[in-house]
Design a protein around this ligand. Sequence first.
Ligand code: ZN
Length: 153
Amino acid sequence: MSELNDLYQSVILDHNKRPRNRRKLPTATRVATGDNPTCGDQCTVYLRMEHANGAPDRIAEITFDGSGCAISQASASLMTTQLKGKTPEEAATTFSEFAEIVKTGKAPEDFTELAAFAGVHAFPARIKCATLAWHAALEALKQPDQSPGESAA
Ligand code: ZN
């Protein structure tokens, strides 16, 4: 079990050290920002949808930009790697899994990077840190597409 804890710990450290997809996305057609004033975390999510039969289908590209505590930034980085390629419905399901892990501390038996944040459940004030970027992403998924650039204004 402690080996598994080390593994999960290293997932968070790695996302902190080398955040994935941390940049603005000039081609983004949807942008949403989340704030967590109690901790001072801020996160903007940029995304571009892939279209199928003229309708938005899957997340083609997703990036984030922000500042704040290590948990919020590592979680944002992980979120982009987990949601890329997913439909809005699949993204919502993945978020539910993640939120469940963060709130209960119960990780699924199979290894999933999402479970790296299970330890957060012991610190209820940090749950908002861990879910900030995810809420912004879900918010962006509800928006209609805008012209690239327009949405970033
Ligand atoms: Zn925080």
